[in-house]
Design a binder for this molecule. Sequence first.
Ligand code: FES
Length: 144
Amino acid sequence: MKNITKKYDNGEITVIWQPAMCSHSAKCFHGLPSVFDPRKKPWVTPEGGSTEEIIRQVEQCPSGALSYIRNDGNVIEEKSESIESETIIEPLPNGPLLVYGTVHIRHGDNEPIIKHKVTAFCRCGASSNKPFCDGTHTKIGFHG
Ligand code: FES
């Protein structure tokens, strides 16, 4: 899979999109369509929302394909306040299992991975990046 990174700048923050990680949950499009609209080119138009709205939406990205950096040099804020204290699990119809909250993932002999905000785990079995969803469920027409 190609390792492409696209950046969209509104002057205050830069939205970063890594398409290879996208699980196509469409949460960004449904949550803030004035900024995230896959029918447009470019599909991210940061001037369509406030910086705070964009940050709130990016923090809901289940795959981590969307992230942001503040242009003033501050690093990415990792946690959304609304999901810090509890874990919520949501199977997406015909898609991944979303886990909201901080999770420690032990996978094989690899170093444990710590994920904040939302993590998408593969339910279809076809991901090339298990245990994480890589969007393959849409290509194979997964139903479940
Ligand atoms: S659920 Fe998305 S790749 Fe398997």
